[in-house]
Design a protein around this ligand. Structure first.
Ligand code: SAH
Length: 364
């Protein structure tokens, strides 16, 4: 075979290192290694995290002669916006980002009357293969780095601060790891990203841990580990069925960690953190929306620190499934409430821009 036809797998280069990957001490060490005083790292951190000023030309407290070098070392471009689409009069904005190696991810900013929520991606693609979710259909491309995750929030925070989002200047209140990917399958980067989101500026973005939600299909060992991190973040569990028979199909990783184990790990998380568990349940017509499943769900959850978030199924390409009938949804809610379970139906945003739950597929 001619040499040029021999397949050499692409080298899996790592994303460039960035300020947001590093703690304050690590940033100072990097700058010292450059032969510059360590406090320059604090200045760059202040510009990036406190002022949300990403343009080195505007770092006026740093000598112009070293701005370029500092930026090249500490703030390489990681996320290039490829496409931005909005709906809800500009109050829901989905951004498609190209990463350094061409991988694509999406994030969604949602402005509500009293808060702004950002839905961010933790992986390019997803390996969990849930049949009703568009992200899983193309498989996993790769994990995102900490800075690639934090950068999605920082970009939204900057746009809000600059008044570029409809509704006037604002701040990011909530961050949900509910975009592309399974956060707990990229555990280290996701936990570090959450820490950076919470850390006070200039170390991080200074968001409240209580406003951060990490959503999982139920990777039990990682749920247990997350409970030991000492971070006050909310854990959301994508349950979608109370019985293993159906959940095996809807969330294939259930074959490895069944409902009882996932819920046991969730209760452990609630006990340790005193944070209420959020159970996500996409209502799929004639699949998981029967009254008996509502009763069974209520039975499993009763007596625990928990809240159910029902998500009307969002349409995805190639899926024959659709959302439940309104009266079926109402009956499901009624039965959970009768069972003493706190329940809300998600105010789904971004359906018309393929920006809603399960619709992020990052097509150019
Ligand atoms: N992998 C994590 C993070 C994704 S969060 C997880 O599964 O929890 C996205 C949420 O939207 C999950 O609860 C997911 O199950 C749900 N979802 C996926 N596809 C959906 C769809 N088509 N309609 C409504 N919700 C969906």
């Amino acid at each position: 075979m001619p040499a040029e036809l021999v397949f050499t797998p692409p080298r899996r280069a790592k994303p460039p290192r960035h300020l947001a990957d590093l703690t304050r001490a690590e940033r100072r060490a990097v700058v010292s290694e450059m032969g510059l005083p360590a406090f320059r790292a604090d200045q760059v951190s202040h510009q990036w995290f406190s002022r949300l000023e990403f343009d080195p030309d505007a770092w006026t407290d740093v000598p112009a002669a070293i701005r370029g070098r500092l930026a090249a070392t500490l703030t390489p471009d990681l996320l290039t916006p490829v496409k931005e689409i909005a709906c809800d009069d500009g109050e829901t904005v989905k951004t498609l980002w190209r990463l350094f190696d061409g991988a694509l991810v999406e994030s969604v900013l949602m402005r509500y009357p009293k808060r702004v929520t950002m839905c961010i991606s933790s992986q390019a693609g997803c390996g969990m293969n849930c049949p009703f979710c568009a992200t899983g259909q193309a498989g996993l491309t790769r994990n995102l780095s900490t800075a690639e995750i934090v950068g999605q929030v920082a970009a939204g925070a900057r746009a809000l601060a600059a008044g570029e989002v409809a509704g006037g200047p604002g701040r990011v209140g909530n961050v949900v790891f509910m975009g592309m990917g399974e956060p707990l399958a990229n555990y280290r980067s996701v936990v570090a990203a959450a820490r950076r989101l919470i850390a006070e500026p200039p170390e991080g973005l200074g968001l409240s841990g209580r406003g951060i939600t990490i959503s999982t299909v139920g990777l039990v060992p990682r749920m247990r580990q997350l409970a030991t991190e000492g971070m006050p973040v909310t854990l959301a569990v994508s349950l979608h069925a109370p019985d293993d028979e159906l959940r095996d199909e809807l969330v294939p990783v259930n074959n490895r960690w069944p409902v009882a184990e996932v819920l046991a790990a969730a209760w452990e998380y609630a006990d340790r953190t005193h944070r209420r568990i959020s159970i996500e349940y996409a209502l799929i017509r004639d699949i998981n929306d029967q009254a008996w499943r509502a009763d069974e769900l209520a039975r499993l959850l009763r007596g625990h620190l928990v809240h159910v978030n029902l998500i009307p199924l969002n349409p995805t390409p190639g899926s024959k499934w659709t959302a439940s009938e309104p009266q079926v949804e109402a009956e499901f809610v009624r039965r959970l409430e009768l069972g003493g379970i706190a329940v809300t139906v998600r105010d789904t945003r971004g359906r018309e821009i393929d920006g809603a739950c399960g619709q992020l597929a990052a097509a150019d």
